[in-house]
Ligand binder design. Structure first.
Ligand SMILES: NC(=O)c1ccc[n+]([C@@H]2O[C@H](COP(=O)([O-])OP(=O)(O)OC[C@H]3O[C@@H](n4cnc5c(N)ncnc54)[C@H](OP(=O)(O)O)[C@@H]3O)[C@@H](O)[C@H]2O)c1
Length: 356
C-alpha cells in the first residue's frame, strides 16, 4: 500500500483563482520553523478569486483550526507553500445543487479566508479528509466540527477503540490529557467502564479533568515524579496507554504496563519544537517480556467510517456523557499566536481561531 505522507494527507490545493468580487487572504509559509513558529516565517497574501464554474462553491471560513501536526509536518513541503489546516466554512455562493448557500462545511482548505472548490471532484478527496456538510449540532457551535465532532474527536474515538481496545475494568493512561484528543479519550474511557488516569501540564487542567470530566486521577507531569504518580494512580498498573507526547514520560509509562498491554501512539508533541530528538530509556525489554502491542496510527485510516465516529460523539454529547472546552483565539491575523499557544499548552480542550 502507498504510504500516506503528510503532503498527501493535508495539502492538496483545491482551487486556483483569477477575478471575482471576493478577495481571499491566505498564509504562505516562506521559512521553515526553527523552534517555535514565528510570524516572520509567514507572509499573508491577498488573492482575487475567479468566478465559479459549474459544480463549484465559494466557502468563507468562520473557524480555522490550529493543530500540533502543523508544527510537525511543514518540514515535508517545498517552500514557499500555502499553510495547511482544516476549517469550518459557510458556503456563500454555489453552482452545485447539493451544496446550497448558507450550508456549513468542513474542509482541509488551509489557513485562508475564502476557498473555491468543487466538492464532488474526486481529485479533491485523494488522501484528504473529505469535504463534509455539517449535521445539525444545535445547540452546540459549528466550531465543534474542528474538535469533539471532527478530526480530534475521531482520533480519540478510533484511536482508543480500535488500537487500545480497552475492556471494562482496565486502566487507561493518557498523556496530553487536557488537550483536544486527550480530554476526549479519557471520557470515552469512562463511558467504556475503565479507570482513567491523565497527565497534563498544570494543576488547573488536572482539577478540570478530575472534577469536570470524571478522570479517576490526573497528575501535573511538570511537578510530580512520574513513577510515583503511576504507582498511586494505577494500583492495577496500566493496560492501555494513549500516547500524545512521546519522550521519557512515555518510556516510564510503557515500563509500568501489564502483560498484553496496548499502546496507541497518536503523537509526540514533546519533540515537535526540538531540533534534536530526545534520547529515551530503552523499551524493548518491556515490549518483549510483557508482550505489548504498540501501534501508531493516522486518523484518516478511518475516513470510510468517518460518520460513525461523528455520530457516536454527537450522541454522547447530547446525552451529557461527553463534555468539551474550547480555547478560542480571535482574528485571522492571530493564527500564529494560536499555533504557538497550543504548543505552549495555553489550551484546555480544542483550540480554534474565529476568523472575524
Ligand atoms: N495520529 C493522528 O491522526 C493524530 C490526530 C490528531 C492529533 N494527533 C496528535 O495528538 C496529540 C494531541 O493533539 P491535540 O490536537 O489534542 O493537541 P492538544 O492536546 O489540544 O494541544 C497540545 C497540548 O500538548 C501539550 N504539550 C505541549 N508541549 C508538551 C510537552 N513538551 N510535553 C507534554 N505535553 C506537551 C500541551 O498541554 P500541557 O499543558 O498538558 O503541556 C498542549 O495543550 C499531538 O501529538 C498530535 O500531533 C495525532
Amino acid at each position: 500500500m502507498a504510504m500516506i505522507t503528510p503532503r498527501l494527507y493535508f495539502a492538496k490545493r483545491l482551487y486556483s483563482g483569477v477575478s471575482s468580487n471576493v478577495k481571499a487572504q491566505k498564509y504562505v509559509l516562506t521559512k521553515y520553523f526553527q523552534g517555535e513558529p514565528k510570524k516572520s516565517d509567514f507572509k499573508i497574501v491577498s488573492e482575487e478569486l475567479r468566478d465559479l464554474k459549474d459544480g463549484e462553491i465559494l466557502a468563507e471560513a468562520e473557524y480555522l483550526s490550529v493543530d500540533p501536526y502543523m508544527r510537525a509536518y511543514m518540514i515535508g513541503y517545498k517552500l514557499p507553500t500555502d499553510m495547511i489546516g482544516g476549517q469550518v466554512a459557510k458556503i456563500i455562493a454555489s453552482r452545485n445543487k447539493s451544496y446550497t448557500e448558507g450550508t456549513y462545511i468542513t474542509g482541509s482548505f488551509g489557513w485562508r479566508t475564502h476557498t473555491i472548490c468543487n466538492p464532488d471532484d474526486i481529485s479533491n478527496k485523494a488522501g484528504l479528509l473529505p469535504i463534509t456538510t455539517l449535521p445539525d449540532f444545535s445547540p452546540h457551535p459549528v466550531s465543534l466540527a474542528l474538535g469533539v465532532l471532527g478530526m480530534p474527536g475521531n482520533t480519540a474515538y478510533f484511536g482508543l477503540k480500535e488500537i487500545c481496545q480497552p475492556k471494562s475494568g482496565e486502566t487507561i493512561v493518557i498523556t496530553g490529557a487536557a488537550g483536544a484528543v486527550g480530554s476526549h479519550v479519557g471520557q470515552i474511557g469512562k463511558i467504556m467502564g475503565c479507570r482513567v488516569v491523565g497527565f497534563a501540564g498544570t494543576d488547573e487542567k488536572c482539577e478540570y479533568l478530575e472534577k469536570e470530566l470524571g478522570f479517576d486521577r490526573a497528575f501535573n507531569y511538570k511537578t510530580v515524579n512520574i513513577k510515583a504518580a503511576l504507582k498511586e494512580g494505577c494500583p492495577n498498573r496500566v493496560d492501555c496507554y494513549f500516547d500524545n507526547v512521546g519522550g521519557e514520560i512515555s518510556s516510564t509509562i510503557i515500563n509500568y504496563m501489564n502483560k498484553y498491554g496496548r499502546v496507541a501512539v497518536c503523537g509526540s508533541i514533546s519533540s515537535y519544537n526540538e531540533s534534536q530528538l530526545p534520547k529515551v530509556s530503552i523499551l524493548q525489554p518491556a515490549i518483549v517480556l510483557k508482550e505489548l502491542k504498540i501501534e501508531g496510527f493516522l486518523v484518516n485510516r478511518w475516513t470510510d467510517r468517518w460518520n460513525e465516529g461523528i455520530t457516536a460523539n454527537l450522541s454522547w454529547l447530547r446525552e451529557g456523557k461527553l463534555k468539551y472546552q474550547e480555547k478560542i483565539y480571535h482574528g485571522f491575523d492571530n493564527m500564529v499566536d494560536a499555533l504557538v499557544g497550543i504548543l505552549r499548552g495555553e489550551n484546555t480542550g480544542k483550540a480554534v481561531v474565529k476568523v472575524k
